[in-house]
Design a protein around this ligand. Sequence first.
Ligand code: ADP
Ligand code: MG
Length: 237
Amino acid sequence: LSPVQAYLQQHEVTATGGNVPAPFMTFEDTGFPPEILRDIYSAGFASPTPIQAQTWPIALQSRDIVAIAKTGSGKTLGYLMPAFILLRQCRNNSQNGPTVLVLAPTRELATQIQEEVLKFGRASRVSCTCLYGGAPKGPQLKELDRGADIVVATPGRLNDILEMKKINFGQVSLLILDEADRMLDMGFEPQIRKIVNEIPPRRQTLMYTATWPKEVKKIASDLLVNPVQVNIGNVDE
Ligand code: ADP
Ligand code: MG
């Protein structure tokens, strides 16, 4: 076995979709800018988790990904790092709307994602706004007005704000669906579809899910273009 094959076997990584690049087995392999790596090392991380190792090089090729991995596998940084790299390469005017949109099922999760953005996106000077239900819209809209490179949102609240025409998706070039299976379980599919309809089709889409039932397969096939599928461990249908 080559070192790459041994790594994939040991960590139960499978990736299908053609011309899959080798995983970044170490942080040095990533070629991420040193100031980003400094923050990662300060967090005490020794090496990329398997989902990060395999999805980073694919995401950096601007390809769509559907990643199936259970909770605790490091998915958040898995999609945030490519988002930071994209933002360093193409900095839009954040006042005209976000470049990166992350959809997540709950307020708690959205807040956690924003915290991770603030922690690891600092070196890239990334701005982030969080939009979720169960809280007044006013302050969220005010923050949105100040501009954000990354918007992290629950589908219900984001769709409300979209219907109020208070957000512009014209600049979104990276769409991330986190915990897609849970969002569907919670009945967010109509809102997700309305939101995605407003995003320019020339975008990159990354979808993360813990399970892989037929509803998730269906929405993946509707929203992603030629995705690479990355699994860690056994897949729960
Ligand atoms: P998931 O979304 O897959 O459930 P998270 O992104 O929430 O997982 O990450 C789980 C925990 O692992 C978090 O505390 C996160 O900071 C930590 N983590 C992320 N990447 C690494 C890494 N490369 N090495 C060690 N810990 C990491
Ligand atoms: Mg997560």
